[in-house]
Design a protein around this ligand. Structure first.
Ligand SMILES: [Zn+2]
Length: 426
């Protein structure tokens, strides 16, 4: 994070405001504008940590704020400490402390022993714009709170940003949920991350998600969630991509060549101008013919199919990861339309219609066939074509992309039951 001060703006300021509000230092709007109220909150925070209360958020202040973003801090056991006592003191639960410290014996805590204390707040915020940096905080934070969940890097983006996902569950059946192939559909990232967190939280508490036992589901499946397939694109749309980089200058040139697409909010492609969901080897030549005829003949903010199938590093990485696994079912999250797509051409994998109907019933979404002009070279298309297994595109939410964060709560209430149904039927 860069040094932030009065007058700063953007997603870094949103993260700062999020951290301060989690700690109880800030009650204003999380709006990405470092104004008077944020300044006062930073000064109070600094003073209480013995830092110079200059209101400037440099490395020392950022270090002090870090636990409020990673979601936990380290505690050294003192005489009389117990899990329930620590849970009360730090507003969390004994089960959460036990989960984060699988090696610790709660009946036999030793003075001087190190413990991780997870804060009581959720790691997946619903009130900030998403960046690769925030996704890193969340994946690393989830892995500390739930050490049986494993984050993993599966490749690099066009600009070298690590592509990451998280896997958990002990079942035989592998399931993949991916989100945000398209830059301006990044709201699907908090949607699937919130689902991951809900499942993990319910797992350690013997609880349920959308009425289903998380333990039962995760003994049935091994779930992989790739929350941000196109990290550079999401950063670009949210104003968080490095403006001094050559990739950014190239994106500006690409945007200038397609003035009909609003910049940056109309950007769907990766940072180099290839649409990652038009780059899989499933009738890619047909996708190329259609998109070229529409005028998308070179790197563009959307709809450019790339130089060749899998020329887009983000698509290739997910393709390779899929090849290394044995997925029984995949969900690819996009926005918008409240629609479930379940076919590729006339290929109808066994049980795909039945699963689509069950997902439609619990979400209120419609089942449709993909319009001709976007019926090729997507992840779902390739998955169905390659494996003849159920692969779905879910177009979540309704409205104009990028959908506002105020739509997220409804997307969650529609899609948690949908995802749970997919896990049950995989
Ligand atoms: Zn999309």
């Amino acid at each position: 994070m860069k040094t932030l001060k009065y007058g700063s703006e953007g997603t870094d300021v949103e993260l700062l405001q999020l951290a301060l509000s989690r700690g109880g230092w800030y009650t204003g709007a999380v709006d990405g504008v470092f104004g008077r109220q944020t300044l006062n909150a930073v000064r109070r925070f600094q003073a209480s940590f013995g830092l110079a209360p200059d209101g400037i958020v440099g490395p020392l202040t950022q270090d002090a704020l870090d636990p409020l973003l990673t979601g936990h801090f380290n505690h050294t056991v003192r005489r009389g400490d117990t899990f329930p006592g620590l849970a009360r003191r730090y507003d969390t639960t004994a089960a959460a402390i036990a989960a984060a410290n699988p090696e610790a014996d709660p009946r036999n805590l030793r003075i001087g022993q190190k413990l991780i204390i997870p804060y009581g707040f959720d790691l997946v915020p619903q009130n900030v714009r998403y960046t690769p940096e925030l996704v890193d905080y969340i994946l690393d934070g989830l892995a500390v709170r739930y050490p049986f969940a494993r984050p993993q890097k599966y490749g690099n983006s066009a600009s070298g940003t690590p592509l990451r996902l998280i896997g958990f569950g002990t079942g035989e059946r592998e399931v993949l949920i991916n989100a945000a192939h398209h830059a301006n559909e990044w709201i699907t990232t908090p949607l699937v991350l919130a689902f991951a967190e809900a499942m993990l939280k319910a797992y350690i508490a013997d609880g349920t998600v959308a009425g289903r036992s998380a333990k039962a589901l995760l003994s049935r499946v091994k779930l992989y969630i790739a929350p941000l397939v196109n990290p550079d694109g999401a950063a670009l749309v949210n104003g968080a991509f490095d403006r001094d980089s050559s990739e950014y200058r190239q994106a500006l040139r690409i945007a200038a060549a397609y003035p009909s697409v609003p910049f940056p909010e109309g950007w769907k492609a990766n940072i180099a101008g290839t649409d990652p969901n038009l780059n899989y080897p499933a009738d890619w030549e047909e996708a190329k013919r259609i998109k070229f005829a529409q005028g998308w003949v070179s790197p563009a903010p959307r709809d450019y199919v790339g130089e060749a199938p899998l020329s887009c590093p983000e698509s290739r990485a997910l393709y390779e990861f899929t090849k290394q696994h044995d997925f029984r079912l995949t969900l690819s999250y996009h926005t918008q339309g409240e629609v479930i797509y379940w076919k590729f051409k006339n290929i109808e994998p066994e049980r795909a219609r039945e699963i689509a109907e069950a997902m439609a019933a619990v979400s209120g979404y419609d089942i449709e066939e993909v319009p001709e002009e976007s019926a090729n070279a997507g992840y779902k298309d390739w998955f169905i074509d390659e494996y003849r297994l159920p692969g779905f595109t879910i177009e979540a939410g309704k409205g104009r992309n990028p959908l506002p964060l105020t739509d997220l709560a409804e997307m969650i209430s529609d899609n948690f039951p949908l995802m749970v149904t997919a896990l049950e039927l995989a």
